[in-house]
Design a protein around this ligand. Sequence first.
Ligand code: SF4
Length: 410
Amino acid sequence: MRPGNPGKPIVPPVADEPVAGPHEDPKWRRKLRTSLLAWFDRNARQLPWRSDPTPYHVWVSEIMLQQTQVATVLEYYRRFIAAYPTVGDLAAAEEHDLMRLWEGLGYYRRARSMHAAAKLVVSQHDGQFPSTYEEVLALPGIGRYTAGAILSISGDQRLPVLEGNTVRVYSRWIGLRQDVQSTAGKAKLWEFAAMMLPRTGSGQFNQAAMELGALICKPKSPACDTCPVQKSCVAHSLGLQDEIPGKVSKVQYESRTEYGFVVPVIDSDRFLICRVPDGNRWAGLWDFPRCTDPNATTPTAAASALSHQLGIKIRPRRLITTIKHAVTRYRITLQVHLAEPVALSDITLPSDAFRFVTSEHITDVPLSVTGRQIAQWIAEEKPASHRKGEADLDPSDGSAVALSTRQKKT
Ligand code: SF4
C-alpha cells in the first residue's frame, strides 16, 4: 500500500465559481473537524469492514453498500468474505457461485463488475489491490466516490468522498441552496469535501461525515439538538435544515405489468428456467420464463410471445400469484401463471441458457428475487402433481384457455 499522501488533495471536478462560505475560514474547518471526529470516536458503529480495513474489505463493503442499507449488507458481507477471503479468491470464483451469494442484494451488475475487477487485479497487479487513485478508478465498477473511499479508509490517502450522506451533510454545513444534482452543485460539494480533509486521518474524517449523515443528519427531521457540529452548521443557524439540500430531481416511476410462467414437465418434478441475458436487469441470474414486452397485455399474449422466443408451446393455465416489485424507475406487477405441463420428448431447448431443474436442485441456482419467490411457491404447492387438462379458465385473462384434451392435440 502506498503511504498516505498528506500533500495536496485530488479535487475531481472544479467549481465554475469559487465556493463562498464559512469554510473559507480555517478556524471554522478545524472546529468542525474536531467536533465531528470526537463524536465519531465515541459513536462509530462496530462494522465488520471497519475492524480490518484492507483495500479489499473496504472495496467489498463499499460496493455492497451502494443502494443498500447497512443492516442488509452485514450478513452478505460476512458470507462473501468467508467464501472469498482475498481478491485472488474472488477472481477465481465461479460466476454461478458468486451470483448465488449475491442473490437478494440486488443491482447484480455490481457483483459482475467486482468479479471482472478482481480478475484484472490478479492479471495486471499481481493480485495486489492497486494503490493509486488512477489505477483504482480504472477498475470496472469503481467510480470517483468508491476510489476515494477505498484509498482514504484503507491507506489514509487524502481523497474526498461524496455520496448520498455526505451530499446532504456538506450542503447543510455550508447552507448550499443549489440543486445538488446539478453539475455546478456537485462541483462545489467536491471542492468543499476536499477542503475539509485534515492533513492526516482523511479516512477517519470521511467515515465520520458519512456516519453523521446515517445517524444524525438524516434526510427528514435531522437531529440537530444532538448534533456534534450544530454550532458550525449554517443550515441550522438559518433554520433551513429541512429545506437543504435544495432541489433534488425526483424519479418518475412507471407502472408495468409483466407475466411469468411456471412450466412443469409432465410426470416429473422439473420446471423450465432461463438464464437472464447480458444487458437485462438480473443479468447472470436465472429466472422463470418471463415476458417483459409491454405490448403483451394479457397472459395469453405473453405466453404466445414467449413460445415464439423459446420454441416451446407455453399455455397459461391459471394465475398462481402476483408479485409487486421495483426495478430502477419501474413499479412492476408480475402476474405468475402456472402453464400447461410440457413433454420433454417434444422439446429441444434453444441453448444452454435454458434448463429444466427439479424443485430440489433449484435451491442451488442463483435466482432473481421474484424467481426465488416462485421457487418457494413451487416447493410448497408441488404443482408438478397436476396434469394436463385439469383447469380450463385463466381468471386474470377472463377468457377460456385451450385446455381440453382434444384441443391440446391440435
Ligand atoms: S445541525 Fe442539523 S442540519 Fe446541521 S449537520 Fe447537524 S443535524 Fe445536520
